[in-house]
Design a protein around this ligand. Structure first.
Ligand code: ADP
Ligand code: MG
Length: 441
């Protein structure tokens, strides 16, 4: 090792310490982690760490002329804050044998029902694709699936898997700090994109960006930068809408099959303390209920929790009433998943005025409708056919409308919600009220 061409004397342990620090520039590395790293086979006191840190600082002339290379966070650890540039490309940073991939993921679902096909296919696709996005409607089970995939694949990445929950990140300017924090980088609140990219550059890591639809543009840009900079980082994103980023592979998550939906419902009734005859009399009612809920995991879970106390018949009868939007789900669910209303508020808040207007109108239509029918439904709005078609495409992209063979369909609970919304705004009183009362009756 040299400085300005002059060799620097540095003992083996101090050198190991330096390597450990500059592998993760900007990150405060806890003392214990450094001790484990530098003395993998023997147990040493913290004083040994302090001793070698002092030698290292001296050798680097740290602190001279106000220059800071290593920072101390009292009681926590040390971090390298100098600029690190790599002279030659290395595949991966060296790792001592005892350092296991760091996996920071939410725990798996107690039981993931169905999804065997997706797990198999996406497990294979995830390898070698820069960005894999699982997209689909609110509560379809995107996060549950991504977490499961990450648990399966994470250990295969030398630098493990990092999960970033973006649901609570309110604005795009908080995206980079949130990712930096999840990666354990120092001074995360002020982290710039370059800190994140420098950290990821030589890593082999699975990065899960969960719930990104409200930060869609910022996330798309970030993913493109990561893919261009860090060829061994694999991104798995979940979103109600595809990112439409370069190198993205989108998997549109299908609703649960009828049999998986029944199993899901039965499972949640049982875990909520209810009784269900899953093999006999209850099956037709459960199947119909799951059909009305479009095979979506979250609505099924919420209805099942309701059925555990009110029974399946009463739950079926109430489904479609606006009160069903307020049925409480799991207490520990994320705020935007506590009720169906909360989950759809989240989607609705992200819509443009035109998208809301169109969704409000088409929610009053019959189950499936054509572009022509939709055009007639918005005839009193200054919207030409091309704009309407584009708006319907946007709503489809955002998983609020489904399209099949040229016909559109609004899922039941979204119809109910959009009707309620339109009615509340008094934008479309009579058609919505009629459609709603027809369905309730
Ligand atoms: N395959 C599944 N088996 C069991 N529960 C599931 C499954 N998929 C989703 N869930 C449950 O349904 C709820 C919504 O799923 P989630 O993954 O959060 O949906 P999304 O991310 O699409 O909004 C969660 O409580 C989740 O645990
Ligand atoms: Mg989710």
């Amino acid at each position: 090792m040299t400085r300005d061409g002059v060799p620097i004397e540095l003992g083996g342990r101090s050198f190991d310490l330096l390597v450990a620090l500059i592998e993760q520039p900007g990150r405060i590395i806890p003392k214990r982690e450094l001790v484990r790293r530098v003395w993998p086979d023997v147990s040493v006191e913290e004083v040994a760490l302090r001793f070698h840190m002092t030698r290292l600082r001296k050798a680097l002339d740290d602190g001279h002329d106000g220059r800071r290379l290593i920072t101390t966070q009292v009681g926590v650890g040390y971090g390298f804050v100098g600029v690190v540039t790599r002279a030659e490309a290395r595949a991966f940073p060296p790792q001592s044998k005892d350092v296991r991939p760091k996996i920071t993921l939410p725990s798996r679902s107690d039981r993931l029902i169905g999804r065997e096909t997706e797990l198999r296919a996406l497990g294979e696709h995830a390898a070698g694709v820069g960005l894999l996005t699982i997209s689909g409607p609110a509560g379809a089970g995107k996060t549950a699936l991504a977490v499961e995939i990450a648990h399966d694949l994470g250990p295969g990445f030398a630098d493990g898997a990092t999960f970033v929950d973006l649901a609570a990140v309110p604005s795009p300017d908080m995206l980079i700090p949130a990712v930096a924090t999840a990666l354990g980088l120092m001074a995360a609140a002020n982290s710039s994109i370059s800190v994140v990219l420098d950290y990821l550059r030589d890593r082999r890591l699975l990065l899960i960006l969960d719930t990104v639809e409200h930060l869609i543009e910022a996330t798309a840009s970030l993913c493109e930068l990561i893919i261009a900079t860090a060829p061994n980082v694999q991104i798995l994103a979940t979103s109600r809408q595809p990112l439409r980023a370069r190198n993205e592979r989108v998997h549109r998550l299908a609703p649960h099959t009828p049999s998986a939906a029944i199993e899901l419902f039965t499972h949640h009734v049982s875990t909520a303390g209810g009784l269900v005859d899953a093999l006999g009399n209850d099956v037709p009612a459960i199947a119909e209920l799951c059909r009305q809920l479009d095979g979506l995991a979250l609505p099924i879970e919420i209805a099942a929790i309701r059925a555990a106390t009110h029974g399946i018949d009463a739950t079926s009868k109430m489904l479609g009433d606006h009160l069903s939007l307020f049925w409480p789900g799991r207490r520990t669910a994320a705020p935007h998943q506590q009720t169906l209303k909360a989950s759809l508020d989240w989607s609705f808040d992200l819509l443009s005025v035109a998208e809301r207007e169109v969704l409000g109108r088409v929610s009053a239509l019959n189950a499936t409708f054509s572009l022509e029918t939709a055009f007639a439904a918005v005839s009193d709005v200054p919207l030409d056919r091309a704009t309407l078609a584009a708006t319907l495409d946007d709503l489809t992209d955002k998983s609020l409308i489904l399209v099949d063979a040229g016909l559109y369909r609004c899922p039941e609970m979204i119809r109910l919600y959009a009707c309620e919304h339109a009615r509340a705004l008094e934008a479309l009183r009579s058609p919505c009220a009629t459609a709603l009362s027809n369905r309730v009756n």
